[in-house]
Each structure stands twice: as structure tokens, then as C-alpha cells.
Design a protein around this ligand. Structure first.
Ligand code: NIG
Ligand code: FE
Length: 395
């Protein structure tokens, strides 16, 4: 489709621009998209003419979801592990090595097929931006190809060579850290924007995590950290120390962790420099306690919601599902959850061109089969995404 696109007759438009409440809601509104960008937002009655038109019929429209944390490059699944958990087994992260074995054995086209299938699934559920991590290859060649394939589907790619220490390095983790910082980073960096480490007991300790993240920073990658997922630990404060864009999971936080995040607040009141990204699909699927979103929000910490889509701890690509969980289980209001799944995710990726519907932003938007954003949590499990527009183009 070429030319401009007008979406009019919008009953409730979530813009996420300051004013008009937390979501910047406008009623009876219209949005004009030109050349992939939002060109105009205003009252539907005054909408300009355009080459193409979508009549929202009074429905709600919001920015496309920004899923800032997903692991899509893998082979196989771990449904049996999920069933065992539901029968009482704990989640330890030990199954990551199972997926590493399957991923190494897969062809490029098999991996590409999985990424495209999951990316398509997410798009149909309203996700217009999706971060994609490596982390199931854990050799120089397998991490590089994971990122090369990820980069075919997203510009938000993350090198997670430090997901776990692979079995062949089990008794020499220092050597593995050397490999990650040396040849693996060199091979991965051309395809990556970010570096991430699973800083957790049983994965990487704080010294190894700091060394790896610093190597990534030195070659220009931004920092994100898997932190405090399975128990208390130093990951969140390490992320703050290194100026991470986001610390992810945040399930077990001390007061000092929350304070450290709150202390990264921008002076203009626009939130915290380090975002806490909460991943309720993981707690759902591992039957763990949910993170305390309320405590973070009340301390002024910027919160994002993401899926953590992966075959072990959270095999969902659905941002609406995460919004519903956050409202029901994490004491977020529907407005806070929708904001966290759109503008919050954008901040977790340090992006100001997505997650908002204001002139100049990317024309990424979702038309709901519902009159209000409230329905995303109010009607869980119902396919409420009527239409997705990405870069100004109906999908
Ligand atoms: O974010 N925590 C580490 N990584 C993933 C889980 C990966 C897996 O179990 O395969 C996560 O939950
Ligand atoms: Fe993850």
C-alpha cells in the first residue's frame, strides 16, 4: 500500500502523550499516517482527506505493543518440562541446556522458520516492535547465526551468549567468560544492538556478569540484564551501576534494589533511566510469585511489561495476556499495564519514536475489537486485536 492512511471514528485513542490522564486519551479522534509516520492527530470531525481510510467504528486504538524481551531463536519445545512443573517440579533454568542442544542441531532455515512463526504470532496480537535475543547457541558460530537470523526480523537484537555456561565448559566457567568476551562477542556484535547476561545463582555471578557487560559496552552495545528472577541477588544493582536501559524480571527485590532503580530518575520527571521490565508470563508458567509492580511504581520506577517468549519459562507471544496478568496479579491498573506494554517497552529500548501516537512517531497502531483499553484485562483470552498497522501499513 502506498500513500497516506487515515484511521478515523476512533472512540478512544490512547496516545501516551502527556496530559489527558496517564494514557493521553482522546475521544472521537482520528490519526493520519504518511510515509510510515504519524502526520496528524485530532478530532475525527476535522480529519484531513487521505488516500486510504479505516473506519474504526467507535473502537479503541492504541500504539502497537512494544515487546522488549523475547528469546525467539531456538529449536524444539519443552512442553514436558512445563507439565512436570504443573505437577510440582520447580523451575531452575536447567532446561536451557536442553534447548541449546536442539538449537545447535537445527538448520538455519528451521531457526528462521521459528522466528518468523513467533514474530507473526506476536504481530497478529498487536506487537509492532519485538526485541529478539540469542542465547541458545552458546558457541561462536551458533550465537552469530542466531543474531544474524534475529536481525532479519528485528532491529532490536540482543547478544545473550552469557545465558548459561554450556555443558562443555561446566568445570571452567572463566574460560567460557573469556570466549564470550573475545571471539563470540566479535562474531555477534555486527548483528547486535544490546548485550544481556543472566545474572543469577546457577548462571553467571556478578563479577562474570560485570566483565561480560563491560566488554559489550566497550564495542558499543547497550546493556540489559536478566536480574533477580529466581532469588535475591546483585543483578539489579549491577544493571544500575552500568547504566542499563533495563533490568528484567525483578521478581525478588530488596529495598536497596528498588531505591537504586528509583535513584536513576531523570530530573525532568520523565521516569527512570533504568527501566524495570516485568515478565509475568514467566511467573505464570513457572508457578512463581509475581513481581511487585506496585512497589516499583510507587517508588517512581518506570515499569515495562514484556512476554519473555521462550520455550522454557514463558512460551507466550501475547502482550494482551501479559497486560491481563499484570492487572489481575500484580496490582497494576489497566492504564498502567497498557502504558507499560507500549511506552514502557519503548523506554526499555531507549526509543522515543514508538510506544506513542503523536506527530512524528512511527505509525504503529492497533485497532481493538473493543471500545476501551480496559477490555484488554477485562476480557482475558479473547482475541481483541481487530487490525494492526505497522509503519503506516495495514498488516
Ligand atoms: O528469561 N532466565 C533466563 N532465561 C529465560 C528462560 C530460558 C529458558 O528456560 O529456556 C528467561 O526466563
Ligand atoms: Fe528472558
Amino acid at each position: 500500500m502506498s500513500g497516506s492512511l487515515l484511521i478515523d471514528n476512533i472512540g478512544e485513542l490512547v496516545t501516551n502523550s502527556p496530559g489527558n490522564g496517564p494514557l493521553g486519551i482522546r475521544r472521537d479522534a482520528a490519526v493520519l499516517a504518511e510515509e510510515g509516520r504519524v502526520a496528524w492527530v485530532g478530532p475525527s470531525a476535522y480529519a484531513p482527506a487521505a488516500d486510504h481510510r479505516i473506519d474504526a467504528g467507535g473502537a479503541a486504538v492504541l500504539p502497537g505493543f512494544v515487546d522488549s524481551h523475547a528469546h525467539l531463536v531456538f529449536a524444539g519445545d519443552r512442553a514436558a518440562e512445563f507439565a512436570a512443573r504443573m505437577a510440582g517440579q520447580p523451575y531452575t533454568g536447567g532446561g536451557i541446556r536442553t534447548t541449546v542442544g536442539a538449537t545447535r542441531a537445527a538448520t538455519d532455515d528451521e531457526l528462521r522458520g521459528t522466528v518468523r512463526r513467533l514474530r507473526g504470532e506476536a504481530l497478529r496480537q498487536g506487537t509492532t516492535t519485538m526485541e529478539i535475543k540469542s542465547g541458545y547457541g552458546l558457541t561462536v558460530a551458533d550465537e552469530a547465526r542466531s543474531l544474524r537470523i534475529a536481525a532479519e526480523s528485528s532491529t532490536e537484537t540482543t547478544f545473550l551468549g552469557a545465558h548459561v555456561v554450556p555443558a562443555e565448559y561446566a568445570d571452567r566457567p572463566d574460560d567460557y567468560v573469556g570466549l564470550v568476551c573475545g571471539p563470540m562477542l566479535a562474531a555477534a556484535a555486527p548483528y547486535a544492538k544490546w548485550i544481556d547476561v543472566f545474572c543469577e545463582r546457577g548462571a553467571f555471578d556478578v563479577d562474570h556478569a560485570r566483565a561480560i557487560l563491560a566488554c559489550g559496552q566497550a564495542v558499543g552495545l547497550g546493556v540489559r540484564v536478566h536480574a533477580n528472577q529466581l532469588g535475591p541477588g546483585p543483578g539489579v544493582q549491577l544493571g544500575v551501576e552500568l547504566g542499563a536501559a533495563s533490568v528484567d524480571h525483578c521478581t525478588y527485590l530488596s529495598d536497596a534494589d528498588v531505591d537504586a532503580l528509583a535513584d536513576t530518575a531523570h530530573s525532568d520527571g520523565s521516569g527512570t533511566r533504568t527501566v524495570a521490565t516485568l515478565l509475568p508470563g514467566a511467573e505464570f508458567s513457572t508457578r512463581s510469585p509475581y513481581p511487585d509492580a506496585r512497589r516499583l511504581l510507587d517508588a517512581g520506577v518506570t515499569v515495562a511489561l514484556a512476554t519473555d517468549c521462550n520455550p522454557g519459562s514463558s512460551y507466550t507471544s501475547s502482550m494482551p495476556f501479559c497486560v491481563a496478568l499484570a492487572v489481575r496479579e500484580m496490582r497494576m491498573t489497566p492504564a498502567e499495564a497498557v502504558w507499560a506494554a507500549t511506552a514502557g517497552g519503548a523506554l526499555a529500548l531507549r526509543r522515543d519514536d514508538i510506544g506513542v501516537l503523536t506527530p512524528g512517531a512511527r505509525a504503529d497502531l492497533v485497532v481493538l475489537d473493543a471500545p476501551s483499553h480496559l477490555h484488554l484485562a477485562y476480557r482475558p483470552g479473547v482475541p481483541l486485536i481487530r487490525q494492526v498497522i505497522r509503519n503506516g501499513v495495514p498488516q
